[in-house]
Design a protein around this ligand. Structure first.
Ligand SMILES: Nc1ncnc2c1ncn2[C@@H]1O[C@H](COP(=O)(O)OP(=O)(O)OP(=O)(O)O)[C@@H](O)[C@H]1O
Length: 302
């Protein structure tokens, strides 16, 4: 099967308990070369645990985990992977140049350090001690540490948290370029706009299982045409009964209604609630599609 030939990393029927509680429940997923795969889900869905298994930090209770066809704890597999974790520190006294040089030395075929630093512009920080970096600058250094070994699999855990808009878009462009060059990218993020902009495939996890595996466009299409937001006293059961409504539920102090026919829904809404206020209509975004998939109690909080 072509899928299997291009699979860089796989979890097959993996179950995992932590502190006696089931966290992953027969999870199967594949990460393929040349694709950005976004792993999304509400807090506690099991994303970090899945990444821990793929990177060899955790062992499955049952099922199989393979990285480049090998056990992920094998150095031959790990040396082909670059990982950018959310909560890693940097040694304060080393300069950025020294740190990238050190990290590059762990890989069999690293990029030249100057090239690593030049990707999306970090050369100006080369002489800066890591202890003097801002949060956003430190994230950019972490990204360079992840890519310095020319990884075939790049694991990015919330890569643009703490980045300003310009740095965020620069990082998106380098991630896209890496995927276009054939690198497999596994991205976990709570930023659904980021997943929409970057991902070829979105895997939605909930309660230790994959509940959707599709392109962002296909997921958006599945949600239907439009999202209607408004203030209304109508209860969700009545909103759900309006014409063409697929999902309805609270969104802060508003109600959010996903509908296949905004005009029909809004006409009925106006006649059902004379006190309707703050009515807004927009195309369904990935956020709306995932909200429809998970239900109102299982939101992905940015
Ligand atoms: N070391 C641990 N010991 C016990 N339970 C754990 C441990 N690590 C995670 N869990 C539990 O496993 C479940 C899945 O956690 P995980 O960190 O994989 O979720 P996540 O999808 O990454 O969540 P988030 O979006 O909040 O980062 C949660 O219920 C969490 O409390």
């Amino acid at each position: 099967m072509q899928d299997d030939l291009s699979a860089i990393a796989t979890l097959a029927k993996v179950s995992k308990r932590l502190a006696g509680k089931p966290v992953l429940d027969g999870l199967t997923l594949k990460i393929r070369a040349g694709e950005v795969t976004a792993l999304l889900g509400p807090n506690g869905a099991g994303k970090t645990t899945s990444v821990g298994l793929l990177t060899g930090r955790l062992q499955p209770d049952t099922g199989t985990v393979r990285l480049f066809g090998l056990d992920p704890t094998r150095p031959a597999a790990r040396s082909r992977m670059g990982v950018m974790l959310q909560s890693a520190g940097l040694p304060d006294v080393m300069t950025v140049f020294e740190l990238v040089t050190l990290q590059s030395g762990y890989y069999p075929n690293p990029r030249p350090v100057a090239e690593t630093l030049a990707i999306a512009g970090l050369s100006d920080l080369a002489k800066r001690r890591c202890g003097a970096l801002s949060g956003g600058q430190a994230r950019r250094v972490h990204y360079r540490l992840a890519i310095c070994g020319r990884p075939a699999l790049l694991v990015l855990d919330e890569p643009t948290a703490a980045l300003d808009r310009v740095s965020r878009q620069a990082l998106w462009a380098t991630v896209r370029a890496a995927a276009d060059d054939g690198t497999a990218i596994l991205l976990t993020t709570h930023d659904l706009a980021e997943a929409d902009a970057l991902a070829d495939r979105v895997l939605v996890m909930d309660r230790g299982r994959i509940v959707a595996d599709d392109s962002p466009a296909a997921l958006r299409a599945r949600a239907g045409g439009s999202v209607v937001r408004c203030r209304t006293m109508l209860p969700p059961a009545l909103l759900l009964a309006l014409p063409a409504v697929r999902e309805a539920g609270p969104d802060g102090t508003d109600q959010r209604i996903i509908t296949g026919d905004a005009v029909a829904t809004v006409r009925a809404l106006c006649s059902a609630d004379p006190n309707l206020a703050d009515l807004r209509i927009a195309d369904a975004a990935l956020e709306d599609a995932i909200a429809a998939l998970l239900g109102p109690d299982r939101r992905i909080a940015a």
